[in-house]
Design a binder for this molecule. Structure first.
Ligand SMILES: [Zn+2]
Length: 91
């Protein structure tokens, strides 16, 4: 009976909530190894998804969300830089 169209869903690496892709921010690791937030979701590289909420990034750090998602070590400094970028985008 559900006639709603299937929309692509992703889980936030912080709170774990499933949301539509377009409602989430993409955290990108470029082929050069640079980390950034990709609001368009179109840049080249591997991505993980996060609610547009600095609180979720803090949760992701506690849960080691990026480490799990990318299967690599992620220094605390990377989280701090992403946090700054996220706060800038939120303004
Ligand atoms: Zn979240």
């Amino acid at each position: 009976m559900n006639k709603e169209k299937k929309v692509p869903e992703r889980s936030c690496i912080g709170c774990g909530a499933k949301r539509e892709k377009k409602e989430l921010l993409r955290v990108l690791r470029s082929p050069e190894g640079l980390w950034e937030i990709d609001p368009t979701g179109r840049k080249n590289g591997r991505g993980a998804y996060l609610c547009p909420d600095p609180e979720c990034l803090r949760k992701a750090e506690k849960r080691r969300g990026l480490q799990k998602s990318f299967r690599m070590e992620v220094p605390a400094e990377i989280y701090r830089r992403l946090q700054e970028e996220l706060e800038r985008l939120a303004k």
